[in-house]
Design a protein around this ligand. Structure first.
Ligand code: ACO
Length: 406
């Protein structure tokens, strides 16, 4: 309604039933062939393949191919895809100057959003979104350059020189090298950590119409270029209820600080007068279990074992919280299980990645999902600009008064 008047929706150019669905709990915004989720059963499929199989048997670049093209690559396709991604890992040298405009203590997500949006100012030659070849080149550029850009964010905030990509490394290995190598020492990639990084990328590659992917689609529906759309996705991902959750998990574990304080924090999470929530618990869609969390937990155990960190105090708090969530009635009744971010935060900390880079890594991994959805939308000739409706609850029409009469 507009005020008290019932609106004939057909006169407003509407179709179907006018619904009011805050938070989009039961409204589909599009059709998609990319990812299927059954939250009740804990199922996540990419192009039909279960996520646990992809995360444990495939690798991230294979999953990128699958998300973009709809099928797993054969050997020749895989080699071609990998070498094309490798051809694009460098960024324009002038992009390095762009970083210098930021304060060294800026949050890396702020730098990411700015630098990724700026890519549209560097790669003008692929911005005709009606051309499938341009769209494909943009996808390659984004997937290849995002680890370089992310590692540059870290190096910049550390005050260290940027490390160029090395194309004889795997996607995950190259990222770890660009993060941790310095002119004084060449980082030797540990295969267990490399595999864990690859799994983190794979498990975050896509998750259908979450807040950031929907943001990318909505931005893209106006015809905005893909670099700008991915920057919009990065902004949406930054929030603690979405991609910021794994960073929030570590902040929370540090705040708890000691096993003796766990009960106090659990009590706060249950108190309806306290806005505090246990970070890394619960999920909007998975109300039974998160299939990604299972693989992440296993990977977490592998990494902690490899690094001999089983007795780390923060990790002990994490293990105890996990146990409480599985036993406590409050969490059981509400199906609040540790989600993928709970374990990914712990793994990333163990690898040596600072907390403020966690969401950046999520953005890096999700870039392929965003671009696959953007491309799916643009490829569909029937796509239209996204324009949600609203229920107006403000004042009825009234007359303007001069300031002396207000
Ligand atoms: N700690 C304590 N209680 C919680 C938590 C939590 N983490 N999450 C939900 N609840 C409670 C709510 O208070 C509510 O209780 P009530 O029924 O007594 O009022 C009930 O569980 C349902 O909560 P909703 O907010 O309705 O659940 P929703 O599906 O809207 O929210 C969300 C899901 C945002 C993920 C929420 O569980 C949360 O804030 N979790 C912590 C943040 C987090 O880990 N986010 C990462 C999500 S995964 C990702 O983005 C990849």
């Amino acid at each position: 309604t507009l005020g008290q008047d019932v609106v004939d929706i057909s006169k407003l150019g509407g179709h179907g039933v006018f619904t009011f669905d805050p938070g989009f709990l039961s409204t589909a915004s599009c059709e998609s062939k990319i990812t299927f989720i059954d939250g009740g059963k804990g199922v996540l499929l990419h192009r039909g393949y279960p996520i646990d199989q992809l995360a444990t048997q495939s690798d991230y670049l294979e999953v990128c191919y699958l998300l973009l093209y709809g099928e797993l690559p054969d050997q020749k396709q895989k080699e071609h895809f990998t070498s094309t991604v490798q051809n694009h890992t460098m960024v324009h040298e002038q992009l390095a100057a762009f970083y210098k405009g930021f304060r060294r203590d800026a949050h890396p997500m702020a730098i990411m959003a700015g630098v990724v949006a700026a890519l549209s100012a560097f790669y003008h030659d692929s911005l005709d979104i009606t051309d499938p070849h341009h769209r494909e080149v943009c996808a390659f550029r984004l997937i290849a350059k995002i680890p370089t850009i992310a590692a540059m964010c870290y190096k910049y905030t550390k005050g260290q020189p940027f490390v160029y990509p090395r194309n004889d490394q795997s996607y995950a290995g190259n990222f770890l090298r660009m993060m941790f190598s310095t002119p004084c020492s060449d980082y030797q990639v540990n295969p267990v950590l490399e595999r864990a990084m690859d799994r983190i990328f794979t498990l975050h590659a896509d998750h259908e119409q979450n807040a950031s992917t929907s943001t990318v689609r909505l931005a893209g529906s106006s015809g905005a270029n893909p670099f700008a759309c991915i920057a919009a996705g990065i902004a949406a991902l930054w929030g603690p209820a979405h991609g910021g959750a794994n960073e929030a998990v570590l902040t929370m574990l540090e705040e708890i600080g000691d096993e003796s304080r766990i009960d106090e924090f659990v009590a706060r999470a249950k108190d309806k007068n306290d806005p505090f929530r246990l970070m890394g618990f619960g999920h909007r869609v998975y109300k039974n279990f998160d299939p990604r969390a299972k693989v992440m937990k296993q990977t977490c155990d592998e990494v902690l074992g490899e690094l001999g960190l089983d007795n780390d105090p923060l990790l002990k708090i994490a293990k105890r919280l996990e146990q409480i969530a599985l036993e406590d009635e409050y969490f059981i009744e509400r199906s609040l299980y540790p989600n993928v971010d709970f374990y990914s935060g712990i793994i990333l900390k163990a690898i040596g990645i600072p907390t403020n880079m966690f969401t950046v890594i999520f953005a890096l991994a999700r870039t392929v999902g965003w671009i696959a959805h953007w491309n799916e939308m643009i490829s569909d000739p029937s796509y239209r600009i996204g324009r949600p409706r609203q229920l107006y609850t403000g004042e009825d029409k009234r007359e303007w008064k001069p300031v002396s009469e207000r």
